[in-house]
Design a protein. Structure first.
Lengths: 113, 214
């Protein structure tokens, strides 16, 4: 599934290629507070049922960090936590709003069926 | 997964990426249940990281921290040395190895030299560029040049196999025989592989030197 971000043009996750879905999951996970890699994986499994593997997780983290949507925080070097930046929160908000419209529309249209 | 194995696995990734994320990923892998899917995913991630190596370098926001076993750098250099020696050895074998000459004119030897010295010179130039870090495309150039060299070596091996099989031809000097031909071909194959490894590792060294310079 790919989404277009109408609210913040140029910041859409679709540019992430295969990392767009993991990136959205990561942003969502970090919305509840800073987490390190393993904690993110656990959290994402819990709320979405998706089991991200380390290669995909860190591929997406690298891209998100590159965009400035997440940032590493001071912490234990081996388990460095990442936090959502303000820009990242805006992107997530926009993506979720788009998704919400899709979900609402889809559910409405499914009712007669 | 044992820490050392995890570090070795992560050597598939570019050096800059490893210096930034390896410590974290190794810590994660120590807790994570590693399956075949994990290994495939890491391999795929490594290819993508290599294809976007420049982006990875630019995205670094934290100072690097190396926690990898120090002997890996030595192994890198040994591999580069071995690859280089075999490459030169192959070139020399082509020049002075199995020949099929008529009288005093070593026709095939000359052909070997012309065909193989070009790629060798190309590799030398590209590796020099790699060392100086002047071109971001030097790594890909080195791989292509190494491939060309290997392909040429194989081509020559295949084309001259007949030479090795001949039994005392009347007008030609005999080559080194079956074993010489086989050894020559194996040497070419090993040379290709080690040259590619050397080019790959040199790219890592280049990234390391760029990081140090920054």
């Amino acid at each position: 599934v790919e989404w277009e971000c109408a609210v913040h043009p140029g910041t859409e996750l679709t540019n992430f290629g295969r990392f767009s879905d993991p990136a959205l999951l990561i942003l969502t996970s970090l919305a509840s507070g800073a987490k390190h890699g393993y904690a993110m994986m656990q959290d994402i499994v819990q709320f979405s049922g998706t089991r991200l593997e380390p290669g995909t997780l860190y591929g997406a983290l690298n891209r998100l960090e590159h965009r400035g949507w997440i940032a590493p925080t001071a912490g234990e070097e081996r388990r460095r936590p990442y936090r959502l930046t303000e820009e990242g929160a805006n992107v997530l908000r926009a993506q979720l709003a788009t998704l919400h419209r899709v979900v609402t529309t889809g559910l409405t249209r499914l009712v007669p069926v | 997964m044992p820490k050392r194995v995890a570090y070795w696995l992560l050597r598939l990734y570019p050096l800059a990426w490893r210096e930034r994320y390896a410590v974290e990923v190794v810590a994660l892998l120590e807790q994570h249940q590693v399956t075949v899917r994990t290994l495939v995913d890491l391999g795929r991630g490594a290819i993508e990281a290599r294809l976007h190596a420049q982006d990875v370098l630019e995205s670094l926001t934290l100072p690097i921290h190396a926690e990898e076993p120090s002997n890996t750098a030595t192994i890198d250099r040994l591999l580069i040395g071995a690859g280089g020696c075999l490459l030169v050895g192959t070139g020399l074998a082509l020049l002075v190895g199995p020949t099929r000459s008529v009288g005093n004119i070593a026709g095939l030897t000359l052909l070997f030299a012309i065909l193989d010295l070009g790629p060798l010179a190309a590799i030398g130039t590209v590796l020099m560029l790699l060392h100086r870090g002047r071109s971001p495309w030097a790594f890909y150039g080195a791989v292509v040049a190494a491939g060309l060299c290997g392909f040429t070596t194989f081509l020559i091996s295949a084309a001259t196999y007949n030479t090795f099989f001949e039994q005392e031809p009347p007008d030609y000097q005999a080559g080194p025989g079956w074993w010489g031909g086989l050894g020559f071909t194996v040497l070419g194959g090993v040379s290709v592989m080690l040259t590619l490894v050397a080019a790959y590792l040199l790219n890592s060294l280049r990234a390391q030197s760029r990081q140090t310079a920054n």
